[in-house]
Design a protein around this ligand. Structure first.
Ligand code: FES
Length: 189
């Protein structure tokens, strides 16, 4: 048995340095929360001590690794991306196929129409009518319609009725986890 004869007086169980009083008191070289509750001075071989240090070091490393994964920063959109969290209650309509919401951004003076067309397909259109620029309705029965002169647009944003002749502007979107990432692209006026 080696009674820690290499000058380290560290509380192995509590992880704190011992006070002078603790060092001087018989049987209190180590934290009393361990097996030293009996009051008997604990002895430990150098091998045991090193093994304990390595083990606690590995635990610290494992803990920091876990924390770094758990606290990994969320992905930051690039300047040409806008992101919707589809779990946000404000966008609950997107949880159902056929659901649609308005999504206001800084890229148009009117909100975008975000439309879930099937399980994995989200389409994002401008809600600005290409006829006179009025705001379009959310899609119903597979059509986006304009309340002013009754233009109608199909699931691809193509005009199928009314005075509008141009298709709707569409912004590419892809789902990443619970985030719908919309890429902002420039359109010619
Ligand atoms: S503004 Fe939409 S059809 Fe005229």
């Amino acid at each position: 048995m080696n009674n820690m004869g290499f000058g380290l007086e560290v509380d192995l169980y509590c992880g704190t340095a011992l006070s002078a009083a603790q060092r001087a008191a018989p049987g209190s070289r180590f934290c009393v929360r361990g097996r030293e509750q009996s009051g008997t001075e604990t002895t430990m071989t150098r091998r045991e001590f090193v093994a304990r240090l390595i083990k606690s070091g590995l635990l610290v490393l494992a803990g920091s690794s876990f924390r770094s994964q758990a606290q990994a920063p969320t992905e930051i959109p690039t300047p040409d991306e806008r992101v919707i969290n589809v779990d946000d209650p404000a966008y609950r309509a997107l949880r159902s196929v056929g659901g649609a919401v308005y999504f206001r951004t800084d890229i148009e003076d009117k909100p975008l129409i975000v439309w879930r067309q099937d399980q994995n397909t989200y389409r994002v259109f401008s809600s600005k009518c290409p006829h006179r620029g009025r705001q379009l309705r959310l899609p119903q029965n597979g059509l986006i319609t304009c309340p002013f002169h009754n233009s109608a647009f199909d699931t691809n944003g193509r005009p199928v009725d009314g005075p509008a002749l141009k298709p709707l502007r569409e912004y590419p979107a892809r789902l990443k986890g619970n985030k719908l990432v919309i890429r902002v692209v420039a359109f010619e006026e």
